[in-house]
Ligand binder design. Structure first.
Ligand code: SAJ
Length: 425
């Protein structure tokens, strides 16, 4: 068993710390956020994630996991899991990785292992961390082993994915990779692949970039389809019948703290990243595109009443970070529209939140922003009876055109042309 210090007890660090502790390791969760540390020491969590509360309670009670606002001295392994946000000019903000690395320098000793888990621009370990770690006086790659091993967990399925996903370990040399592999083997059931630290950094950022560029392609298809008399969703369904094609879904944009940010790391790192930058811009253009589509349906937005369903960054979660629908909401308000939001998941994040039919009262248009499960059972007859206008705009291909039309409302779909070819019998 090892003694492990996890630096940063957020949505990646805390489950990782708890998992190691549950396998018998002695773990310290070190964070500058006193609130998070105090909560941890009481066996409580301040983030929402299925199963995590119970696991943390159990390992804190067993004494295997403790929180601290001081970096501990006598650990075998230091795992850095701090945020890597972007600045307003889309460059990476590496302050937290830098300060975490500096914080451990006085504490590391011969034989220790340092692992970077935070998603980081390629070359972070080599160019940012190693020069700092060299100040320890230890021989890097021999007396101090260093690697990047990116997390790949999906919010909402964190504990399961932490255990079952395969994992990449990118060491600064073979000795580092092998030692770090051994560390993760106690919690990971998936395969562990060894490579260099810069390759591992590139892999993680490319995984999220792959998804971002694919979604950008779907959004571009949606825009072209509206122009060219087709339904993008039908095109995707049919094109994806091809065994080697998998186009993702269009929507009001890409949100969250990963896919919407990570591709910018590559744009900053290399001027060869033209397609990646264009994809990012395509996805970022979607809230404005949806706003313009709403305008084309109801006319000038000034004074118009809009019911907006769902504002989180994806369905059935409460996270509104980088949410494109939050951005759309701002754009609509700036244009003078009166927007009533209904989001059963974002209750604690919103000052005003309406019920499904209250939001639609006197509305000129109802817009589906996020396909939360609660919106599957909307009674369109009831919606029609309280709305002033007739327009429904579905940005997720979630509502049934037939049910909407049967209620006397008009169904409009993002990515579907208003001038589809008529297909008479
Ligand atoms: N989206 C679309 N169309 C789609 C799929 C998604 O518009 O077809 C949008 C969603 O609405 C959402 C955004 O993309 O706004 C991102 O959602 P997501 O579910 O694709 O991903 P995240 O950000 O919740 O988690 C991702 C995951 N990465 C990949 O699937 C490659 C996860 O495994 C990573 O651990 C996580 O980023 C991370 O931390 O990097």
């Amino acid at each position: 068993m090892k003694s492990i210090c996890v630096i940063g007890i957020g949505y990646v660090g805390l489950p990782t710390a708890a998992m190691f502790a549950s396998k018998g390791h002695k773990v310290v969760g070190y964070d500058v956020n006193e609130k998070a540390v105090n909560a941890l020491n009481k066996g409580k969590i301040i983030i929402e994630e299925p199963g995590l509360g119970d696991l943390v309670k159990q390992v804190v009670e067993s004494g295997n996991l403790v929180g601290s606002t001081e970096c501990p001295d006598d650990c075998d392994v230091y795992i850095i899991a701090v945020p890597t946000p972007i600045n307003s000019d889309k460059t990476a903000d590496m302050r937290f990785v830098r300060s975490a690395t500096e914080a451990i320098v006085p504490h590391v000793r011969k034989g220790n292992i340092v692992i970077l888990e935070s998603t980081s621009p390629p070359r972070t370990v080599e160019d940012l961390m190693l020069p700092i770690l060299e100040k320890s006086g230890l021989k890097i790659g021999d007396e101090l082993l260093v690697a990047h091993s990116p997390e790949r967990i999906l919010p909402g399925k964190v504990l399961e994915e932490l255990r079952t996903n395969s994992r990449i370990v990118g060491g600064i040399n073979k000795k580092s990779s092998e030692a770090v592999k051994e560390v993760y083997e106690s919690i990971v059931e998936g395969e562990i692949f060894l490579t260099t630290s810069t390759t591992a950094e590139m892999c993680k950022v490319m995984e999220n970039t792959f998804r971002d560029v694919n979604i950008a392609l779907a959004n571009e298809l949606a825009k072209m389809s509206e122009e060219l008399g087709v339904n993008a969703w039908e095109v995707i369904r049919l094109a994806n019948q091809h065994p080697r094609v998998n186009i993702l879904s269009p929507g009001p944009g890409v949100g969250g703290h990963c896919i919407a940010l990570d591709p910018w790391f590559l744009v900053e790192a290399s001027d060869k990243s033209r397609l990646i930058e264009q994809g990012r811009r395509n996805n970022d253009s979607m809230p404005t595109y949806v706003k313009n589509r709403i305008t084309s349906l109801v006319g000038r937005l000034d004074g118009k009443r809009i019911a907006l369903y769902g504002v989180t960054y994806k369905p059935n979660i409460d996270d509104v970070r980088e949410s494109p629908v939050m951005h759309l909401w701002t754009l609509l308000k700036e244009a003078g529209a009166i927007v009533k939001v209904c989001d059963p998941h974002a209750n604690e994040k919103l000052e005003e939140n309406y019920g499904i039919y209250d939001a639609a009262k006197d509305a000129d248009i109802a817009v589906l922003g996020v396909n939360h499960a609660e919106f599957e059972r909307v009674d369109f007859g009831k919606l029609a009876s309280v709305m002033k206008g007739k327009a429904i705009l579905d940005t997720r291909n979630y509502w049934s055109e037939e049910s909407v039309n049967n209620a006397g409302l008009e169904y409009h779909l993002l990515g579907k042309s208003e001038n589809m070819d008529k297909w008479e019998n």
